[in-house]
Ligand binder design. Structure first.
Ligand code: ZN
Ligand code: ZN
Length: 268
């Protein structure tokens, strides 16, 4: 993702913070995270422009650039400690005190995608930190995914974190966005991204008046849900940010017995 896109996300989050006091705290945390992520992305880009090889070998303990990433993890943990919700802040403090080796292990596990499902809170920290790196690596690879029909990310094989509806010719098409590397790929509208259910009677969609452009797409077969940001209804929305800003819908879905297919970058 280009630098401008991080700025757009941050700007949108700041805008929504003033409009929606009930999610101001979580959006404030997101802004801090996104600023850190933008900085990390920028450093990776600069390093690649100065011809430093950023090789990805599946292990963060390998090349020097990745070791450098590990050292930035401490700074990231301090950011979460200072601005994250109490539970995450405590976890970040804990992990920060455990030092380099624990950090390497955490990042290794997260990068290789071998974490438990649902991810443990500590793994969430590693994932949020590595997310811009994943985005950076993906952006440098030319991907061909015409005809790809699966719900897992074609690049990193992780679950989608949200859906996006865009106007295409005369219909709105849904795509899914990876929760980790931010890849976006087209996915049929009436199919559960969790279990593949296609019977629309088992796929209820809920929309609340306060967020009429965010659809809670549920599945009564696997009892999971994903939120889809409808850009045909609100062209100002930044999907990643608006997904976070509609956090009350997550509470609603969970109260109704649905669990989220994949948590977002602020762990909700
Ligand atoms: Zn991915
Ligand atoms: Zn399902």
């Amino acid at each position: 993702m280009a630098k401008g896109s991080w700025q757009q996300r941050i700007q949108r989050a700041e805008e929504l913070t003033s409009q929606r006091p009930f999610v101001a705290e979580i959006l404030g945390f997101y802004v801090q995270l996104a600023r850190f992520q933008e900085g990390l992305y920028q450093r990776l880009e600069n390093a690649s422009q100065s011809k430093t090889e950023i090789a990805l070998q599946g292990r963060v303990s390998g090349p020097p650039e990745l070791r450098e990433l590990v050292s930035s993890f401490g700074v990231f943990l301090s950011v979460v400690e200072a601005s994250g919700p109490a539970r995450l802040a405590e976890m970040a403090r804990d992990l920060r005190h455990r030092g380099d080796e624990a950090w390497s292990n955490c990042l290794d596990t997260c990068w290789s995608g071998t974490q438990t499902s649902p991810a443990a809170p500590q793994e969430f920290l590693g994932r949020a930190f590595l997310q811009p790196y994943a985005e950076f690596v993906r952006s440098r690879i030319v991907m061909q995914w015409n005809g790809y029909t699966y719900s897992l990310c074609p690049f990193c094989n992780r679950k989608p974190g949200l859906g996006i509806l865009r106007q295409m010719k005369d219909s709105a098409r849904r795509s899914l966005m990876c929760s980790f590397c931010a890849a976006e790929w087209e996915f049929r509208r009436i199919v559960c991204a969790g279990c593949g259910e296609e019977d629309n009677r088992k796929l209820p969609v809920y929309v609340a008046a306060e967020f009429d452009y965010v659809r809670v797409e549920c599945c009564d077969t696997c009892r999971q849900y994903i939120k889809t940001v409808d850009l045909t209804k609100n062209g100002l929305a930044e999907p990643v940010v608006d997904e976070i800003a509609s956090a009350p819908l997550d509470l609603w879905a969970q109260e109704h017995g649905y669990s989220k297919l994949e948590l977002n970058v602020v762990g909700m």
